[in-house]
Design a protein around this ligand. Structure first.
Ligand code: SAH
Ligand code: SF4
Length: 420
């Protein structure tokens, strides 16, 4: 979501006549896009701000703007703490930045119709902003506001704009992407579209080869959406489907809104329709009150479901959240680290085993980059593939896989079939 926001701001500034520079020293305006999901992310942004302040006190005359989740919906506290920052901008509210850049945006000329200029063959397209779920640990709803879907027409125009400029793959983004359109329905719109309808509506955009989507949320996932993923050839059968914990009591304290059985049911619905679908998940370890036995349930679940990818993080209390106010962060730091290590070891083993099944197969790879003589891209289930042979960026290439580690696949491009 942040990458999408940064690109969009960049596109607006480009259109207003600004030029991007490589070094901060050469800039007139420095914009820091921030994340708040864990304390560490905020600490890094604050460290960066300190460095910018120092550079400015040594005579660099650039303006500084802070945007994104750290600003959230209120900025008075930040203004007090960082008086030298020239502008604070909420997520997707670029007005204050345009103002200090001296760009008159009163007619709304630059947003929201400006689309980023793609600098790669893949693009991120936010389709629903914000989140209404209020999981107890999570700061996102406070910082990004309520769920708000963009219209199908707006999204299709954006996708078409990208594809006309060389993009071949789009990732539809939402904190809970299957909630797409629910706010239209709540507004009384008859026949409000869902994520499946949106996928159908962009499917024939010229040049578009692949559609991805994230993040999936169990309660919003429906049979109708699962059908759309299974039926539409361009939609990659890859689900990013966070479970967060494998223990019902922890899920309850997190107020995730589902029990483990309910999660498993949705997981099974996907598997029944698409037995080979790839699945990734997120886990929080050491959430308030998590016992060894509760953690073990998470571990056992991961061992059983064998996700293609697991993003695990130690719980980080976030001021303002329900957990911060009502639950004690009582799992010792060492226990959190130990649990994290256990999951990482399991994940390395499972990923290694899963990736071996690609050996000697031919994978369709969308070529994204070239570095040190090797091409890189991703196959349909979103595995990173490095390969040698004939290719070009943006091309779809058949690659024979010769080597597989836990983190990537390696191989050689098959010679392109020459039409007779
Ligand atoms: N909307 C997505 C997740 C958004 S936040 C979902 O519901 O799954 C991305 C990930 O950051 C989460 O999946 C969670 O694993 C992690 N996260 C969020 N808040 C956190 C916190 N306070 N401490 C540690 N990890 C957190
Ligand atoms: Fe945060 Fe929960 Fe919303 Fe995901 S669903 S963004 S974890 S509140």
């Amino acid at each position: 979501m942040n990458v999408a926001d940064s690109r969009k701001l960049g596109a607006g500034l480009d259109r207003a006549g600004c030029t991007a520079v490589d070094a901060i020293e050469d800039a007139d305006l420095v914009v820091l896009n921030t994340c708040s999901v864990r304390e560490h992310a905020e600490d890094r942004a604050i460290g960066q701000l300190g460095r910018l302040k120092k550079m400015r006190s040594k005579g660099k005359a650039f303006k500084i703007a802070v945007m994104g989740c750290m600003v959230g919906v209120r900025d008075d506290d930040l203004r007090r703490r960082f008086p030298y920052v020239d502008a604070f901008a909420r997520p997707q509210d670029f007005g204050p930045i345009m103002e200090i850049a001296g760009i008159d945006d009163s007619g709304g000329e630059f947003w929201p119709t400006t689309f980023a200029t793609p600098d790669s063959v893949t693009a991120f397209v936010p389709v629903i902003h914000g989140c209404d779920k209020f999981c107890t640990y999570c700061v996102v709803p406070y910082r990004r506001g309520r769920e708000k879907s963009r219209t199908v027409e707006d999204i299709r125009n954006e996708v078409a704009h990208y594809c006309a400029r060389g993009v071949r793959e789009v990732t539809l983004l939402g904190q809970t992407v299957e909630a797409y359109g629910q706010d239209f329905a709540a507004d009384g719109l008859l026949a409000a579209p869902d994520l499946g309808d949106l996928m159908r509506a962009i499917h024939d955009v010229p040049g578009l080869e692949r559609i991805r989507f994230l993040t999936s949320y169990p309660k919003d996932m429906t049979a109708r959406i699962i059908d759309a993923v299974a039926e539409l050839p361009k939609v990659c059968e890859h689900f990013y489907f966070p479970v967060q914990s494998g223990d019902d009591a922890v899920l309850e304290r997190m107020r995730r809104g589902y029990t483990l059985d309910e999660y498993l049911l949705k997981h099974e619905m996907v598997r029944a329709r698409m037995p080979d679908a790839a699945m990734a998940t997120d886990i929080i370890v050491g959430f308030c009150g998590e016992t060894d036995a509760e953690f073990q349930h998470t571990y056992d679940l991961l061992e059983r479901l064998r996700f293609d990818k697991v993003h695990a993080a130690a719980y980080s209390p976030r001021p303002g959240t329900i957990a911060y106010r009502t639950l004690a962060d009582d799992v010792p730091a060492e226990a959190k680290q130990e649990r994290l290590r256990a999951i990482e070891q399991l994940e390395a083993r499972v990923s290694f085993e899963i990736n071996q099944k690609f050996l000697d197969t031919v994978q369709q790879v969308l070529v994204e980059s070239r570095r040190e003589g090797r091409w890189s891209g991703r196959n349909l289930p979103n595995k990173l593939v490095h390969f040698e042979g004939d290719a070009s960026i943006g091309q779809m290439v058949d690659v024979r896989i010769e080597h597989a580690t836990a983190w990537s696949l390696q191989g050689t491009a098959l010679p392109a079939t020459v039409p007779v």
